[in-house]
Design a binder for this molecule. Structure first.
Ligand code: ADP
Ligand code: MN
Length: 333
């Protein structure tokens, strides 16, 4: 894949308008029709045709002529649509290096501003511009892998984008956004900054993944992490994909738990089981790497003293959502 920032810089306004138009068109039909694209992009048919031909040449858009002239975007083009929105909103000012490529995301570092009103902290003092902060932009990729399942889920997508991968990726980003909003700052998670399409912007947490560091005081860290697991549980959430890949350890010894799209409500029937699996993953890591021996029971009693159904924010985690991806909650890393 070519560099996303380069691809972005090589697009002109017309091409961006066309990508956005194709994306809008794909919400109602699999292939956005030429007429639809022309109307939405507010371009002359001639300008639209030449712009679309350039986008097809750049492999950002694919074209069909049967049963009508239609266009589709792929993931990279969709990333560009979200990025251009974030740039227009002044959230992202520059895009940096790739931070990580997971099974279900591509994450870039970026510089930007926290929009006023993102939360109380986010509003700059009057007359001042918010200062530049390091960000992480996570482009969700759910729906790229489990194709069969996604296709079957398509019939249930009334009122949602028809295109299953777009829907799955948007849903993943929206779920992660809501969970971060509910947990930050009481639980050590990245501060959520903005959401656009399938792209989630959060504060760059710094630090290094737990699996890549060698801790001098592993017990202390295990306790710290279990405290965060407990704190999330009290707020009604189970991470459901906790592992040494999804914990960042900072230079000052702080921990940040990342990667929350598959989090489930504490009231979910699987909540207890998923909590146990999360804690077990963590214990296995510390046992393997540091020979640290803590029983699951002991760890659970510190992680979730009260294992009854939760009252708080858990509603946000899963209720009323369409399950799209088979890998929900089962992904590694
Ligand atoms: P995936 O589901 O693809 O594993 P993650 O949310 O775990 O998605 O992000 C992938 C990688 O990107 C992480 O392992 C981490 O290295 C990096 N990353 C994600 N979010 C942040 C963040 N807020 N700050 C710094 N790095 C991050
Ligand atoms: Mn991860």
């Amino acid at each position: 894949m070519e560099n996303l920032a380069d691809a972005f810089l090589r697009l002109d306004r017309k091409e961006i308008a066309l990508l956005k138009a194709v994306e809008r068109g794909m919400r109602t039909s699999e292939w956005a029709s030429m007429e639809d694209v022309v109307a939405r992009a507010r371009l002359s048919p001639k300008a639209a045709a030449s712009g679309l031909a350039r986008l097809v040449g750049k492999k950002l858009v694919s074209r069909t002529t049967e049963p009508y002239e239609g266009y589709q975007i792929g993931f990279v083009a969709y990333d560009l649509v979200a990025l251009s929105d974030l740039v227009d909103r002044d959230v992202v000012l520059s895009l940096g290096d790739l931070l990580g490529v997971g099974k279900e995301s591509v994450v870039f570092e970026a510089l930007g501003r926290i929009p006023p009103g993102a939360d109380e902290e986010g509003a700059p003092p009057e007359g001042e511009e918010a200062e530049l902060v390091p960000l992480a932009v996570k482009f969700h990729r759910q729906g790229r892998t489990s194709f069969k399942h996604v296709r079957r889920a398509r019939e249930h997508l009334a009122g949602h984008p028809r295109c299953a991968w777009i829907h799955a990726a948007r849903l993943g980003a929206a779920r992660e956004w809501r969970t971060l909003k509910a947990l930050h700052p009481e639980v050590r998670v990245p501060r959520p900054v903005a959401l656009s399409h399938h792209a989630l912007v959060m504060e760059h947490a710094g630090g290094t993944e737990l699996y890549r560091v060698v801790l001098e005081e592993p017990e202390t860290f295990l306790e710290l992490i279990l405290e965060e697991v407990a704190s999330a549980w009290r707020r009604g959430f189970v991470h459901a994909d906790l592992s040494a890949y999804n914990v960042l350890v900072g230079e000052e010894g702080e921990v940040v738990i990342i990667d929350w799209p598959q989090a489930v409500s504490r009231r979910d029937p699987r909540a207890r089981e998923l909590l146990e699996r999360d804690v077990k993953n963590l214990l296995d890591h510390f046992a393997r790497k540091y020979r640290l021996d803590l029983s699951l029971e002991a760890a659970l009693s510190s992680a979730a003293a009260d294992l009854g159904p939760g009252e708080e924010g858990g509603k946000e985690a899963g209720d009323g959502e369409v399950e799209v991806s088979t890998t929900d909650g089962a992904a590694e890393g």
